[in-house]
Write a protein that binds this ligand. Structure first.
Ligand code: PRT
Ligand code: ZN
Length: 300
């Protein structure tokens, strides 16, 4: 196997809502890459990992066809493409590796504020504008509603005022776009976030080690995001109460304090954010000299 064959390719969005967080994730996994202006590939300098920067809609296909080993794309795009690929006869076009906890939004119905429609059940014989025709059709079929899906590639929210549809089904995050277009948010049909996907093909031996390392580092990055290292002193008798108060804590390390009788130092990793209220409760339980530190890296 040549060196180029053994390099791992990860497809991410070139320029859009998922780009910064996806690049940040790879950088936090230790990847350093060089990329010329407007270049579509970032070449990994310190790992055999290259980053392909493409339109998000192309990512599922690149991973299905094994052009890229891994990809990061919104669940909305992924599910739309999955329905398409399955209809075309691909049983398992890609493997969902894990959700990445950013790029959150929902695919929801939007009903004109001054219109008669209030719920999905009233959509029989009506037109629904959306950029996600397969997801919407699948939902309507499953709920037994006979509406017509009209595909829009952008500016879905203006379809009702143009008279091109009765309602819409589009991505919503804050809801400001719906409100600005005098649409009322209805049922959510898909909750979305950025998803890491992998090709369904067997990983060639030359790539297994680095794919495994990268996935393990991604896990590590996700875990440290909220994790904190907490240190305090406390009477040994307060240990059960202190352990109970600590959010998502592992078994604490307890160290005797020289010449301090029944007092011990407690060190513990918490997998969740530690708020001021928690510290105040810990103090009430007998803890003192409380310190909360961010966790830089973690390898389970
Ligand atoms: O060029 P390319 O095809 O790669 O980009 P794109 O224009 O298709 O996608 P982009 O960058 O807009 O979004 C990428 C991904 O981000 C989406 O596929 C979602 O998974 C995710 N995401 C998260 C969102 C939103 N939040 C979001 N709010 N994608 C789009 N929106 C739009 C929505 O379509 C609507 O127009 O924002 C508007 C609604 O926002 P609010 O805050 O007003 O409710
Ligand atoms: Zn797109």
């Amino acid at each position: 196997m040549t060196d180029t064959q053994a390099r791992i390719k990860v497809a991410i969005q070139k320029s859009g809502r998922l780009t910064d967080r996806s690049l940040e994730l790879l950088e936090r996994c230790g990847l350093k890459y060089t990329r010329g202006r407007d270049q579509l590939i970032g070449f990994g300098e310190n790992m055999p990992v290259d980053v392909l920067l493409v339109r998000d809609d192309d990512i599922p296909g690149l991973v299905r066809d094994d052009v890229c080993d891994l990809g990061i794309v919104g669940m909305n795009v992924l599910e739309e493409r999955r329905l398409q690929f399955v209809a075309e006869g691909h049983a398992e076009p890609f493997r969902v590796v894990r959700p990445l906890d950013y790029g959150r939004c929902r695919l929801a119905f939007g009903y004109p504020e001054d219109g008669p429609i209030r719920a999905v059940g009233e959509l029989g014989g009506r037109r629904v504008a959306t950029s996600y025709p397969r997801i919407v059709q699948d939902y309507l079929t499953r709920t037994g509603v006979d509406a017509r899906v009209v595909e829009f590639s952008g500016a879905v929210e203006i379809a009702p005022s143009l008279g091109r549809a009765d309602v819409i089904c589009d991505l919503v995050s804050t809801g400001a776009t719906l409100a600005a277009n005098r649409l009322r948010e209805g049922e959510t049909i898909l909750d979305s976030q950025a998803i890491l996907i992998q090709t369904p093909q067997q990983v060639p031996p030359g790539k297994t080690e680095w794919i495994d390392r990268l996935l393990q580092r991604i896990d590590g990055v996700m875990q440290v995001r909220e994790s904190k290292y907490v240190m305090m002193n406390a009477p040994i008798a307060a240990l059960p109460e202190i352990t109970r108060l600590l959010p998502g804590a592992e078994a604490p390390t307890v160290i005797p304090l020289e010449g301090r009788g029944d007092k011990v130092a407690i060190h513990v990793v918490c997998r969740e954010n530690v708020f001021w209220e928690t510290l105040e409760n810990l103090k009430r339980a007998g803890a003192s000299s409380l310190l909360v530190l961010p966790v830089e890296k973690m390898l389970p």
